[in-house]
Write a protein that binds this ligand. Structure first.
Ligand code: SF4
Length: 263
């Protein structure tokens, strides 16, 4: 049933043209290509979520990158954000590969589903509030379909707020609203919401988000989702390529906002 509903949501997403500004932008980026991808055929449409229909962990981003998901047709695929995210997912036992390069690359998520608040690449990575609200019903449907879902990892404040709005639509409101920070944790209805800085180069190239900080977030997510045996019992395929990184505690980096706060 979850699989079927997720397929229906995805089918609706890829046909959507509800935001004229984003439709124009995603199609223009697909037409006027950057030199490094000039020979590639871009997806240039909304990007659906993907992963395990029995997922206990949902990884939530902002939107597809103009030359990442908007090119490859899969969220967190073929860009620098994916290059930072997938070693952490693989190390936590949540994916069979430490990379996400293109559809058909053999990537398989384990008890994890990945999606975004907005499904079309926005100019300057900034959807308007109206564009966010236009897209939120898709996230609501995905969360409702994922019947085993326990933990939502929000990558960035936009995703954090989007998750709270979607959960509110499902009748799980939190007052006062839990505040976002890296390492923030909030109980919202039957779910745990975890905050992490986004894996965009803006954060990772400046050291605001380090691999160790992200590893700690996913270690926490795995524990909260009751998946602690996953890595030990069934090592990720492809683990010969990258050994799991050592796992520090949340907030051990000393970065601002890295403390684990309950919302
Ligand atoms: S951002 Fe969402 S609501 Fe807007 S056009 Fe894309 S898929 Fe549709």
């Amino acid at each position: 049933m979850a699989q079927r509903e997720l397929q229906l949501v995805s089918a609706d997403i890829v046909e959507c043209r509800a935001c004229p500004r984003l439709v124009e932008w995603r199609e223009r980026v697909a037409r006027v290509k950057v030199p490094r991808f000039c020979h590639e055929e871009y997806w240039g449409r909304p990007v659906a979520g993907f992963g395990d229909a029995s997922a206990r962990i949902l990884v939530l981003g902002l939107a597809p990158a103009a030359n990442g998901g908007n090119r490859t047709g899969r969220i967190f695929t073929g860009d620098a954000s994916a290059d930072f995210l997938f070693p952490a997912l693989h190390g936590a036992g949540l994916s069979n590969l430490p990379t996400s390069t293109r559809r058909g690359d053999g990537l398989d998520l384990r008890s994890t589903y990945i999606t975004a608040v907005n499904r079309c690449a926005p100019p300057k990575d900034r959807p308007t509030p109206q564009e966010r609200d236009n897209c939120l019903p898709y996230l609501v449907r995905e969360i409702a379909a994922l019947e085993w879902l326990r933990v939502i990892v929000a990558l960035g404040e936009f995703a954090w707020d989007g998750a709270l709005l979607a959960l509110g639509s499902l009748g799980h409101k939190r007052r006062p609203k839990p505040r976002f920070s890296h390492g923030a944790e909030a109980e919202v209805g039957p779910y745990r919401l975890l905050g992490s800085f986004h894996t965009s180069p803006h954060n990772t190239n400046t050291g605001k988000l380090t691999p160790e900080m992200l590893d700690a977030v996913f270690e926490c997510a795995v524990e909260l989702a009751g998946l602690t045996g996953l890595r030990e019992v069934d090592p990720p395929l492809g683990s010969v390529a990258t050994a799991p990184r050592p796992r520090p505690a949340l907030g051990s980096s000393g970065a601002p906002g890295s403390g684990r706060a309950r919302g």
